[in-house]
Design a binder for this molecule. Structure first.
Ligand SMILES: Cc1cc2nc3c(=O)[nH]c(=O)nc-3n(C[C@H](O)[C@H](O)[C@H](O)COP(=O)(O)OP(=O)(O)OC[C@H]3O[C@@H](n4cnc5c(N)ncnc54)[C@H](O)[C@@H]3O)c2cc1C
Ligand SMILES: NC(=O)c1ccc[n+]([C@@H]2O[C@H](COP(=O)([O-])OP(=O)(O)OC[C@H]3O[C@@H](n4cnc5c(N)ncnc54)[C@H](OP(=O)(O)O)[C@@H]3O)[C@@H](O)[C@H]2O)c1
Ligand SMILES: Cc1cc2nc3c(=O)[nH]c(=O)nc-3n(C[C@H](O)[C@H](O)[C@H](O)COP(=O)(O)O)c2cc1C
Length: 598
C-alpha cells in the first residue's frame, strides 16, 4: 500500500498573535523562507508568493494610506508584503530587496517630503548599479497646480533605473484627482506581478522566491476611525476673529465639538475639512450655461447625483488647470485656447489660469458646453483642506480648534474667495456642523522628554500647532523651556492670541517670546531677523538639546528661516557652509528639526 505524501505544515503567525501587520508579514515571510529551503515537501500546488516591500514617502498621509491599502491587497493575493516608510530607510536596505513598490509624494521645489530627504540624498550619492537585483514600480503623487508636478516621484524613478534596477510597471503620475490613475496603475502592476509569478507556479515549491532580508523601518499600522472617506460631522461651537476689524486681513479662531465622536488626535496633527463651494457661484455657473441644477449626472465614487450637488459638493470650480483647458478646448474646438496650450505659451497659460476660475472660462469662451456630462467630466475633484490643530487634546478636551486665514482677493473685476476659508467665514454660523477628520502628523510631535527645550517659529497661522504645544505642555506640567518666534503684519491689529501668549510669558511658561511685526515700520521685519538678533541664545539652546519647529508659509518663510538657521549655525558654531549643513542634517536625523509648512 502506498501512502500519500503529507504536505509539511509551515507554522504561519495567526492574525490574533500580538504582532503588528509588518512584524507578522516579516515573520511569515521568514518562516516561509526557512521552511521552503529546509523541507522539500511543501505541496506543489501552494500558490507562489513574492516578498515585496511597499515603501512610501508621505507628509500628510495620502501616500501612506495608498501604500497601506496596497500592502493589504498584495497580502490578500498571497504575497508577503511589508509596509515601510522611507523615513529612516536606507539605500542599502533597498538594494537588499528583490521587489519594491514606492509611493512617493512631492513637496517644496519638487522635493521629497522633508523626512525622506536624507534617504534621497544618500541615494543620489550612489553611482554604482548595485540595484540590478531590484524590480520596482513607482507611483508618483502630486498636484499639477505646482510648478514641479510629481517631480520627486519622477526623480526617484529615473534614479533607480540609472542605478540598474528594473521597472515592473511604468510610473504613473497622479494629480489631486487620483482615483482613476491609481486604479489604472494598480491593475497594470497586479498584471505584471502575475506575469512574474506565473512561470514560478510550475517550479518546485522549495525554490525560494523571497530572497531578500527584512529591514526594520518605521511604519505605523493604526488606522484612523474617521478619515476623508468617513468624516465626522462636527458642530462649530465657537468662531471669533483674531484680527481687528480694521486689519488688512481676517484670521479666525474656530472651535469644533468632537464630544460625541470617538475622534482622537495629538498635538501637532491637522484637521481635514470637506469643503463646499459657494452656492452663489454654483448658481451663476448653472445660469451662464443654461443648465438645470436637477440634471442627473454620474460621478466617480459618488455615483448618480444632480448637477447642483456635483458643483456644490464634489467638483472644483474656483481654479483652472491645464487639463480643464485642454478638455474645454477639445469639446469646443476652440483655436484660441489650443494656441494657449502649446508648450511655448506655457507662461501665458499660467497667467490665464493663475487668478481665474471656471466662470471666467465660460464667460471668455462661451457656447462650448451643451451637455452637463461634459462639464462634470472636465472638472477635478474638490479636495479637503487641512488646518493645523491649535488646541491640545489634554487642555481642550472634546474640542478641536483651528486658526484660519481667510483668503479673499480681487482679480479680473471679480471679488473671489478661498473655498474653505470663506465657508468658515461667511457660510458657517456657530451651531452648524462641518465634516472633519484627523490628518495625523507623526513627524510633528513634541519631544518625548518633557524637560527638553523647544524653539517654535510660526508667523501668521503658523502659530496654530504652537498654541497646541504650549497648552499641552502646560496641561502636562512639562518642565521643558519654550521659545516662540511669532510674526504678523501689525501688533495692534494682527497679534493672534495676544492675551494667551502674554499671560504665558507672565507666568514664565513661555520662556521667550520674540515678535516680528512686518508692517509696523518702514522696512520689513520678519521672524528670521529676530532669530539672527538672538543668534547666540539660539545656538545655546541648540547646544542644550532644543528641538526646532517651523510652521506656516512654505513658499517664502520656511525657506528663509531654513537659510537663517544655517547662517546661525555657521556663525555661532564657527563652521563652514558644508559643516553647517551637516549639523542641520544631524538635527533632522535626531528628529530635532521639524517643519509643517504649506
Ligand atoms: C498641512 C497643512 C496645514 C495647514 N494649516 C493651515 C492653518 O493652520 N491655517 C490656515 O489658514 N491654513 C492652513 N493651511 C492651508 C489651508 O489648507 C488652505 O489651503 C487655505 O485655507 C486656503 O484654502 P481655501 O479653500 O480657503 O482657498 P482655495 O479655494 O484653496 O484658494 C486658494 C487659492 O486661491 C488662489 N489665491 C489666493 N490668493 C490669491 C491672490 N491674491 N491672487 C490670486 N490668486 C490667489 C491661489 O491659487 C491659492 O492657491 C494648511 C495647509 C496644509 C497643507
Ligand atoms: N491671499 C490672501 O489674502 C492671503 C491671506 C493670508 C494668507 N495667505 C496665504 O496663506 C498662507 C498663510 O498665511 P498667514 O495668514 O499664515 O500669514 P502669512 O501670509 O504667512 O504672513 C504672516 C507674516 O509673515 C510675514 N512674511 C512674509 N514673507 C515672509 C518671509 N519670507 N519670511 C518670514 N515672514 C514673512 C508676513 O509679512 P508681510 O505680509 O508684511 O510681508 C506677515 O507678517 C500663506 O501661504 C499666505 O500666502 C493668503
Ligand atoms: C506645501 C505643499 C507643497 C507641495 N508641493 C508640490 C510640488 O512641488 N509638486 C507637486 O506635484 N505636488 C506638490 N504638492 C502636492 C502633494 O504632493 C500632494 O498633495 C500629495 O498627494 C501629498 O501626499 P502626502 O499626503 O502623502 O504627503 C504639495 C503639497 C503641499 C501641501
Amino acid at each position: 500500500m502506498t501512502s500519500t505524501p503529507q504536505p509539511t505544515l509551515v507554522p504561519f503567525i495567526p492574525d490574533n498573535a500580538p504582532f503588528s501587520d509588518d512584524q507578522r508579514a516579516w515573520l511569515n515571510g521568514f518562516l516561509a523562507g526557512v521552511y521552503s529551503s529546509a523541507v522539500p515537501a511543501i505541496a506543489p500546488e501552494a500558490p507562489p508568493t513574492l516578498k515585496i516591500a511597499v515603501l512610501y514617502a508621505s507628509q500628510s498621509g495620502t501616500a501612506e494610506g495608498i501604500a497601506r491599502k496596497l500592502a493589504k491587497e498584495l497580502k490578500a493575493k498571497g504575497h508577503v508584503a511589508s509596509l515601510l516608510s522611507l523615513e529612516g530607510y536606507t539605500p542599502a536596505a533597498l538594494a537588499a530587496e528583490r521587489y519594491a513598490i514606492l509611493i512617493a509624494s512631492t513637496y517644496g521645489e519638487g522635493d521629497a517630503p522633508d523626512a525622506v530627504q536624507p534617504f534621497y540624498e544618500q541615494l543620489c550619492l550612489e553611482h554604482f548599479p548595485r540595484y540590478e537585483n531590484l524590480s520596482y514600480a513607482v507611483l508618483a503623487l502630486g498636484d499639477s497646480n505646482y510648478e514641479h508636478f510629481c517631480k520627486f516621484g519622477v526623480d526617484l524613478d529615473n534614479k533607480l533605473t540609472a542605478l540598474g534596477a528594473t521597472r515592473i510597471a511604468d510610473r504613473v503620475d497622479c494629480d489631486i484627482d487620483l482615483d482613476l490613475p491609481l486604479a489604472t496603475w494598480k491593475s497594470t502592476l497586479f498584471g505584471k506581478l502575475n506575469e512574474i509569478v506565473a512561470p514560478r507556479a510550475s517550479r518546485p515549491a522549495s525554490t525560494p522566491i523571497a530572497t531578500s532580508l527584512p529591514i526594520a523601518a518605521r511604519a505605523n499600522t493604526s488606522a484612523p476611525l474617521h478619515n476623508r472617506e468617513n468624516p465626522f460631522l462636527a458642530p462649530l461651537v465657537d468662531k471669533r476673529p483674531l484680527t481687528l476689524d480694521v486689519s488688512s486681513k481676517l484670521t479666525l479662531h474656530m472651535a469644533f465639538s468632537i464630544q460625541d465622536s470617538a475622534i482622537h488626535y495629538e498635538a501637532g496633527d491637522a484637521c481635514g475639512v470637506i469643503p463646499q463651494n459657494d452656492p452663489r457661484l454654483v448658481e451663476e455657473i448653472l445660469h451662464k450655461l443654461n443648465f438645470s441644477g436637477s440634471a442627473p449626472v454620474q460621478l466617480l465614487k459618488v455615483g448618480a447625483t444632480t448637477l447642483h450637488d456635483a458643483l456644490l459638493n464634489h467638483l472644483q470650480i474656483t481654479r483652472l488647470t491645464r487639463k480643464m483647458i485642454e478638455a474645454y478646448a477639445t469639446i469646443g474646438q476652440c483655436h484660441t485656447l489650443f494656441g494657449l496650450l502649446i508648450p511655448e505659451q506655457q507662461s501665458h497659460l499660467d497667467a490665464y489660469t493663475s487668478d481665474r476660475g471656471l466662470i471666467d472660462l465660460l464667460l471668455d469662451y462661451p457656447g462650448v458646453l451643451h451637455d452637463p456630462a461634459d462639464l462634470v467630466a472636465m472638472l477635478p475633484k474638490l479636495t479637503p483642506r487641512l488646518y493645523s490643530i491649535s488646541s491640545s487634546p489634554v487642555a481642550h478636551a472634546g474640542e478641536i480648534h483651528t486658526t484660519v486665514a481667510v483668503v479673499r482677493y480681487r482679480s479680473h473685476n471679480r471679488e473671489r474667495g478661498g473655498v474653505c476659508s470663506t465657508l468658515f467665514a461667511d457660510r458657517t454660523p456657530t451651531g452648524q456642523s462641518l465634516p472633519i477628520y484627523i490628518q495625523p502628523n507623526k513627524k510633528f510631535r513634541l519631544p518625548k522628554q518633557s524637560d527638553a527645550p523647544i524653539i517654535m517659529i510660526g508667523p501668521g497661522t503658523g502659530i496654530a500647532p504652537f498654541r497646541s504645544f504650549l497648552h499641552e505642555r502646560r496641561a502636562l506640567a512639562a518642565t521643558g523651556r519654550n521659545w516662540l518666534f511669532f510674526g504678523e503684519r501689525s501688533a495692534t491689529t494682527d497679534f493672534l492670541y495676544r492675551d494667551e501668549l502674554e499671560s504665558m510669558v507672565t507666568d514664565q511658561h513661555l520662556t521667550r517670546l520674540d515678535l516680528a511685526f512686518s508692517r509696523d515700520q518702514e522696512h520689513k521685519v520678519y521672524v528670521q531677523d529676530k532669530m539672527l538678533e538672538k543668534a547666540s541664545h539660539f545656538w545655546k539652546w541648540l547646544q542644550e538639546g532644543a528641538s526646532i519647529y517651523v510652521c506656516g508659509d512654505a513658499a517664502r518663510m520656511a525657506k528663509d528661516v531654513d537659510a537663517t538657521l544655517h547662517r546661525i549655525v555657521e556663525q555661532q558654531g564657527h563652521l563652514d557652509p558644508a559643516a553647517a549643513s551637516e549639523y542641520v542634517n544631524s538635527l533632522k536625523e535626531q528628529h530635532r528639526y521639524h517643519r509643517d509648512v504649506y
